[in-house]
Ligand binder design. Structure first.
Ligand code: GAL
Length: 339
């Protein structure tokens, strides 16, 4: 605000000099530069905003470091950005850091991940996260032909990071499609592991996912000839990559790889789909980037941005005005749309 006030005074005093209008600055706080999805998307949003004429200031929070992100958010608010876009590391850990946004009335957009426990976020942009899970579950059900009863298929389940609201919703969506088959015994979780604390991967960390898959293989004795595994529910491409790597180490190949899901349409995910090692992914980045740029354009004009949902995402303090984009399934027939 201060910067703006000084600029306005200067213009008033030097009224004969050409008027330079204040550049609307968007602060961007992204969760990590270590995950290819977030690294690429940080720069996509940055470019989209710059192309639309905005000034930007982009931060990545190291290796998904919630404390670093709090500092970055505070810094952007100290710098009086006009709009703050946050893809949270831990959606529940930003209440203090965002207090200045409330005091200074700086609008905040929660990007893809919900920010909870604070009234600070003005808008939420994401996809229908339950639908992502449903699409993953549906894909598995179809690929394993679970519709016809009497199947005896094996599966292992993975969930994302529990500090990310999306992880719980993805899993809920997937279970909506798979629970019936598990209950009637057509689909068997061989390890028996299905509780959040058994299957979630903190920080969506690929190393942790690799360790869990290695240990499942060791304990269940999975191998391509005598102990087959038909499917793995993976919440995103990064975790799918670790699962594939672990399975390849014990001899699984394209011809006998379990059906594995993903999300994000990352370069590695698409490569794995092309090689026949991963079944599907979900593309959402393009829509999210377009949507957040449109939101910024409306906000910069003092208008209310378009939103299409004001009932699904309760952040504990308020129900968010949300723009939910459509997730798109990517498989071997259409991966080109995500490249
Ligand atoms: C989630 C997002 C997923 C995936 C994941 C890991 O918030 O919904 O699509 O990107 O983060 O980074």
């Amino acid at each position: 605000m201060l910067k703006r006030k000084i600029a306005a005074t200067a213009v008033a005093l030097l009224c004969l000099s050409p008027l330079v209008s204040h550049a609307f600055t968007v602060g961007l706080a992204f969760p990590t530069q270590e995950d290819p999805r977030w690294y690429k998307e940080g720069f996509m949003v940055d470019k989209g905003l710059k192309d639309a004429g905005f000034k930007t200031d982009l931060y990545f929070a190291g290796e998904t470091d919630p404390v670093l992100q709090q500092r970055q958010v505070k810094r952007l608010l100290d710098d009086n950005v006009d709009l703050l876009v946050v893809a949270a590391v831990d959606g529940s850990a930003l209440t203090d850091a965002l207090k200045p946004a409330i005091e200074k009335k700086i609008p905040v957009i929660a990007y893809d991940r919900l920010i909870t426990g604070t009234e600070a976020p003005s808008y939420y942009i994401s996809v229908d996260n339950e639908m992502i899970g449903e699409l993953q579950g549906e894909y598995l059900a179809k690929a394993l032909a679970l519709g016809s009863s009497g199947q005896n298929k094996t599966i292992e389940l993975f969930q994302g990071s529990l500090d990310d609201n999306n992880a719980k919703i993805f899993f809920k969506g997937a279970m909506k499609k798979l629970r019936l088959y598990i209950d009637r015994g057509d689909l068997v979780i061989k390890s028996g592991e299905q509780k959040a604390d058994e299957i979630s991967i903190p920080g969506w960390d690929n190393e942790t996912a690799l360790k869990r898959m290695d240990s499942l293989i060791a304990k269940q004795g999975y191998n391509p000839s005598t102990q087959k595994l038909d499917a793995v529910l993976s919440p995103n491409d990064g975790i799918a990559g670790s699962i594939i790597y672990a399975l390849e180490k014990v001899g699984f190949t394209k011809g006998n790889m379990p059906v594995i899901t993903g999300c994000d349409a990352t370069q590695t995910g698409i490569e794995n789909i092309k090689k026949g090692l991963q079944g599907m992914s979900i593309y959402k980045s393009g829509e999210l980037v377009k949507g957040v740029v449109e939101m910024a354009q409306a906000i910069s004009k003092g208008e209310e941005p378009d939103y299409n949902d004001d009932f699904s995402y309760d952040n504990g303090v308020k129900v968010m005005k949300s723009l939910l984009c459509d997730p798109e399934v990517i498989d071997s027939t259409n991966y080109q749309i995500a490249q």
